[in-house]
Design a binder for this molecule. Structure first.
Ligand code: GDP
Length: 304
């Protein structure tokens, strides 16, 4: 997993340094581990949970060797992520039989700059190259660049983009995109939305209006609300996740920019805390730089 190399090396180096010359997992080792997890942006709540679980194991087994610490750590973190099944939602689209007339609708939310448009392009490529029919909706009408960029991605991938231009009604764009998806017999419709967190009430109203309008075409839409977070921003990503879960019912996460950061631990904290599955991770700027999140693979690459 070259994309995650940076995340991997940093935590492993820290862990081996922290336990060098110490044989037993004792309070001091756990203290150091706690600090490391917090620095890796696992988040305080999740860190405390992990440490408590390891403490319970130490109490039960009487003696735990530091040589086993990385295995134990991995097991405990995977267990925390266990509740979050990630092989559902939009991840299951490739396994769905083609279903003309009832596309799977993904509404993508997230603040500007996190990699929302890029992630939509990558997703479109993923579905399109697997033979699925994809329609994109440019409902981030607040920024001209967002509309233009989505159109460019559509051309690059080879899928249609429904756009009314800048400053138009985002709900109308979403409506047309879903409608077009139905007409075209599309398998997937992906709707970009504006991420203006500084006005929470507006954001909430806009997202609920987009949903309401889509539901006039397909009652169950959107089938997934995918929140895109920048994994390199650490605590900021947490705050954004909290704000967005207040504004709308986020059902899945995509974490971007994990190629250039040692802060991959943020993924664990956010997913465990919000109980929302991580479906995708972004590991670069190219169309193909999107990986399916697998908790065991991820934790393994993070912790050795
Ligand atoms: P948006 O404003 O949220 O739509 O963000 P964009 O999709 O325009 O992305 C912002 C910048 O982040 C662009 O330069 C992207 O190429 C870059 N980017 C997006 N995803 C990733 C990723 O997974 N890794 C890296 N290294 N860069 C990314």
């Amino acid at each position: 997993d070259e994309g995650l190399q940076k995340t991997k090396t940093s935590f492993f180096d820290q862990l081996s340094k922290a336990v060098a010359g110490r044989n037993t997992v004792d309070e001091a080792v756990l203290d150091d581990l706690e600090t490391m997890l917090v620095h890796a942006d696992v988040g305080i709540d999740t860190t405390v949970k992990v440490i408590e679980r390891i403490e319970q194991r130490v109490a039960r087994d009487k003696y735990v060797s530091t040589a086993d610490l990385d295995v134990i750590l991995r097991e405990e973190i995977v267990a925390l992520l266990d509740a979050n099944s990630s092989a559902t939602g939009s991840r299951a689209i490739l396994d769905r039989p083609d279903s003309p007339g009832s596309p799977f609708v993904i509404m993508v939310v997230g603040v500007n700059g996190v990699g929302k448009t890029t992630t939509i392009g990558k997703l479109a490529h993923r579905f399109h190259s697997a033979g699925k029919k994809v329609v994109l909706g440019a409902a981030d009408t607040f920024r001209a660049a967002a509309v233009d960029q989505l159109i460019i991605w559509g051309e690059r991938v080879g899928v249609p983009v429904i756009s009314h231009g800048m400053n138009t009604d985002p709900a109308a764009v979403a409506f047309d995109a879903v409608q077009k998806g139905v007409e075209m017999g599309a398998d997937v419709v992906i709707i970009d939305t504006a991420g203006r967190l500084h006005n929470k009430v507006n954001l909430m109203n806009e997202l609920s209006k987009i949903k309401r309008v889509m539901q006039k075409v397909i009652p169950g839409a959107p089938h997934e609300v995918l929140l895109v977070l920048d994994g390199s921003t650490g605590q900021n990503a947490y705050l954004q996740a909290q704000e967005f879960t207040k504004a709308t019912d986020v059902s899945a996460l995509a974490i971007t920019k994990l190629d250039g950061t040692a802060k991959g631990g943020v993924v664990i904290g956010i997913s465990a805390q919000l109980q929302v599955p991580v479906r995708y991770i972004g590991v670069g700027e190219k169309m193909t730089d999107l990986q399916l999140f697998d908790r065991t693979t991820f934790v393994n690459s993070l912790f050795k």
